[in-house]
Design a protein around this ligand. Structure first.
Ligand code: HEC
Ligand code: HEC
Ligand code: HEC
Ligand code: HEC
Ligand code: HEC
Ligand code: HEC
Ligand code: HEC
Length: 631
């Protein structure tokens, strides 16, 4: 059969890898969502109940209240906070803060990666359009999509989300504030996601106030999609029910609401690390999910954050504020006294003209009191004595998403390369991750195993999967119903070629969590690799039934149908995939073949002409497969 030609196989493999990568984070996200409906294994008690905290609003039964309740009594703070970037982190496009980015001067059209993009706003409807033109300039396709939510105050930039029936996706088009221009969203230069990049709960955990992810899906949310758009007061202070009730009754007691300033250092910093410590990988602890975290509790009891080992990290550049702060001498030598709030007012950003004074005052809270001050003669620090300008300069290089701009290492002479050693090459047996927080002593190796698998899948690196396997084996002996670990082991086994064993793991996963989109997709992928196209088609169908908006599933279904001679099924699924993502060449090939098999040469020819608009390198080869029918 034509489809087994070697060129095709290579491409399939590549696309499979891309598909897996696309879903990468989904492994865990999808998985921890199931736990919502599952009993918690006894091994790890719920920290909201078990952790000895003087704050009573860390307990799970204390409810969040509507955010505007806080403003009733804290009007000043609420007004200030509304102007903070965190207070404007997300909004429906109808209400997005104006950045002057819809005027003509903002160049609402641009070209990138062989596509043309256009942004339009009419009344409160915003559309992003992607256009592909053929060699002769004619339009191969034009995909117009309405976008619904704007992410980002615009301090650095803004991205846009599409809401398809509660499934959220990132638009390929973002606004870049510094350059004042529209461009491809971060990461899209490396992978073409088009309008298909799923918005996982992890993303909204950091950028929105509250959402309710639907169990088993990678990116579907229960209506109303957002319960509070921008990050709210209770994300840093914890649920407000007790505090509001007591204040209203005039009988306030201690411990009803968390003030982070009163927490011991590691708990104080955890409040900010929720969102400001992305790390290389974040793995929810067994039986836990991110949204259970309450300010006042240790973050590492809910999520294990893995960062690069010291000899791999380039602390000068691509790391978070929390990691940079941790290597500063201000932090290392102040016995925990230095935290984010030593310098930042969490409710307010100082005005540009007040900045130097604001931060100098903060520095002098330590330097000049318990700690020695600047050794550079005062005469050389005139006229402004701007401590930050000399010790925390901005990084010069351009936009790297999600890394610090201002140098939070607080170096003596930051222009020198002090503390900056280039990353070393990874040694063969070296584990490429390390925990940011101290070990918890329970199931830490399990978390590392899961994190390693995600890295291994992302890089398509079997040696890293091999590092994960013994860790997951051990964890699963102790807790055989840990679905996250089971699914991770399935992915790892798939990568190292143990496909039968991988499928057994997935059977176990699907017995425990039958609604898992990702487990069905993984099972389909493995079945396909084993040339079992019937079972592959079944698994793809289940994935499609859970999430009809993923062209990777529809494409897989089309291909599996084709291989089982179900030409009509292949045509339907291929057409569905192309509607979601008209740029898929692999799918277009399946469609052309299926049309030919059904003796529909005119339609096949029309599809082939669209295919050629992409100028694929293999155009001639493909044409030769079809033979004279397409000429
Ligand atoms: C009915 C009025 C009222 C409402 C509503 C209210 N507060 Fe308060 N809050 C107070 C008063 C009064 C104080 C100061 C007295 C105190 O410290 O007990 C206070 C103190 C606080 C403190 C400082 C506690 C400390 O230990 O330093 C925080 C934090 C706080 N509120 C947050 C909130 C948040 C968040 C909300 C919304 C969920 C909220 N408040 C809603 C009246 C209110
Ligand atoms: C729920 C997630 C979340 C938490 C918790 C959180 N942040 Fe943020 N923070 C963000 C996001 C997202 C942004 C970017 C907002 C934007 O520009 O759209 C941000 C932006 C900031 C900024 C940049 C302001 C500017 O000038 O651009 C500072 C400073 C900051 N946060 C400090 C803190 C501190 C200090 C804490 C802890 C007390 C904290 N944050 C807790 C998510 C969070
Ligand atoms: C672990 C938390 C975390 C995750 C996950 C995360 N972000 Fe962010 N994001 C932040 C923080 C914190 C900032 C602001 C400071 C910085 O750049 O570190 C930020 C900055 C941004 C900005 C620039 C905001 C501005 O106003 O300048 C955009 C846009 C953005 N993120 C979009 C996204 C999208 C879209 C996703 C998911 C698909 C995502 N982020 C995932 C924490 C996160
Ligand atoms: C990004 C995290 C964050 C958010 C969001 C946040 N706070 Fe705070 N809040 C803090 C921290 C940290 C402190 C302690 C600041 C300090 O003492 O340096 C604090 C202190 C307070 C205090 C007591 C001290 C004071 O300044 O009076 C009140 C009251 C308060 N916050 C209310 C609110 C209200 C109301 C909102 C929402 C409008 C809110 N906070 C949003 C982190 C946050
Ligand atoms: C919580 C207290 C605290 C705050 C706030 C603080 N520092 Fe520090 N800083 C320290 C300590 C402690 C040391 C280590 C002193 C020593 O080596 O004995 C230090 C060291 C330094 C050093 C020397 C670094 C090196 O590599 O040797 C510089 C420069 C510095 N601080 C600048 C600042 C600036 C600028 C600010 C304000 C933006 C600031 N610090 C805020 C506590 C603080
Ligand atoms: C020693 C003082 C200091 C400490 C501690 C500190 N920051 Fe900053 N931070 C600054 C300064 C100064 C800026 C630049 C502000 C500006 O230019 O407006 C900044 C900027 C930021 C920004 C805006 C983006 C950027 O990189 O310029 C974010 C986000 C941020 N800090 C988060 C944090 C978080 C999270 C922590 C704790 C892990 C933290 N900061 C600790 C001083 C500090
Ligand atoms: C014009 C640039 C400049 C300004 C402004 C400046 N510093 Fe410095 N600072 C330096 C340089 C350069 C050194 C290193 C001097 C040396 O190596 O002898 C230094 C050294 C230091 C040290 C190390 C002291 C030690 O233990 O050896 C600290 C702490 C410090 N500065 C804090 C501050 C603080 C706090 C401010 C603001 C009040 C400030 N600096 C303002 C340039 C500056």
């Amino acid at each position: 059969m034509e489809v087994t030609r070697p060129g095709m196989r290579r491409r399939q493999k590549y696309l499979l890898a891309a598909g897996l990568t696309l879903l990468l984070g989904g492994v865990a996200i999808g998985a921890w969502l199931w736990w919502r409906s599952r009993p918690v294994p006894a091994a790890l008690p719920d920290p909201r109940l078990a952790y000895p905290s003087p704050f009573r609003n860390v307990r799970p039964e204390v409810a969040y209240v509507a955010e505007d309740r806080c403003a009733e009594c804290h009007a000043d703070i609420a007004a200030k906070y509304r102007e903070h970037p965190m207070g404007r982190s997300l909004a429906p496009v109808a209400d997005e803060p104006d950045l002057g980015h819809y005027g003509e001067a903002a160049h609402p059209t641009f070209e990138a990666a062989g596509f043309a993009y256009r942004v339009t706003k009419q009344q409160s409807v915003v559309t992003h359009e992607e256009v592909k033109r053929g060699p002769d300039g004619q339009v191969a396709y034009a995909l117009r999509q309405e976008v619904h939510y704007a992410v980002g105050s615009g301090a650095q930039g803004r991205s846009y989300l599409l809401d398809r029936d509660g499934y959220l996706f990132v638009s390929p088009v973002s606004w870049y504030s510094k350059d004042r221009r529209w461009g491809l969203s971060p990461g899209y230069d490396k992978t073409e996601y088009h309008f298909e990049r799923p918005v996982q709960a992890e993303c909204l955990f950091c950028h929105a106030d509250q959402v309710a992810p639907i169990a088993g899906t990678a990116n579907r949310y229960a209506p109303p999609t957002f319960r509070g758009y921008a990050i709210g007061c209770q994300r840093c202070h914890g649920p407000g029910e007790l505090h509001v009730r007591e204040q209203e009754a005039g009988e306030a007691t201690a411990g009803a609401i968390v003030n982070p300033a009163r927490l011991e250092p590691r708990l104080r910093d955890a409040v900010c690390e929720q969102c400001h410590l992305q790390g290389q990988q974040r793995v929810e602890r067994m039986g836990r999910n991110l949204y259970e975290y309450r300010p006042g509790l240790p973050l590492e009891l809910f999520v294990a954050v893995f960062v690069l080992p010291a000899d791999q990290a380039d602390h000068h550049r691509a790391v978070s504020h929390a990691e940079q702060m941790a290597v500063s001498n201000c932090s290392k030598k102040s016995a925990g006294k230095l935290g984010c709030i030593s310098c930042h007012d969490p409710h307010m950003v100082p005005a540009p003209e007040a900045k130097a004074t604001h931060y100098r005052t903060r520095c002098l809270n330590c330097h000049g009191h318990d700690v020695e001050g600047c050794t550079l003669p005062a005469s050389q620090r005139r006229p402004t004595d701007d401590c930050v300008a000399c010790h925390m300069p901005p990084r010069d290089s351009s936009n790297i998403a999600h890394t610090s701009v201002t140098d939070h290492r607080v170096l003596r002479r930051p222009t020198s390369e002090t503390g900056h050693t280039p990353p070393r090459p990874l040694r063969p047996e070296q584990v490429p991750l390390t925990r940011f927080h101290a070990p918890t002593g329970k199931l830490d190796e399990r978390d590392l195993g899961v994190a390693l698998v995600r890295i291994a899948v992302g890089r398509q690196a079997p040696p890293i999967a091999a590092l994960a396997l013994p860790r997951l084996d051990d964890a699963l002996i102790e807790h055989p119903t840990d679905v996250v670990a089971l699914e991770a082991r399935a992915a790892a086994r798939g990568l190292v070629g143990q496909r039968e064993e991988a499928l057994q793991d997935l059977d176990a996963v699907l017995r425990l969590a039958p609604g898992s989109e990702h487990a069905h997709f993984l099972a389909a992928t493995l079945a396909r690799q084993l040339n079992r196209y019937g079972p592959a088609a079944d698994s793809y169908r289940r994935a499609v039934a859970i999430n009809p908006y993923n062209s990777e599933y529809q494409h897989g279904l089309a291909y599996a149908c084709f291989r089982t001679s179900d030409w009509a099924g292949a045509c339907d699924a291929a057409s569905a995939a192309l509607e979601l993502n008209p740029a898929r060449l692999d799918t277009r090939r399946v469609l052309i073949w299926s049309l030919l098999k059904q003796s529909r040469p005119t339609e096949a020819k029309a599809e082939f002409d669209r295919y050629r608009a992409f100028r694929p390198a293999d155009e001639e080869t493909v044409a030769s497969w079809f033979g004279p029918k397409l000429r």
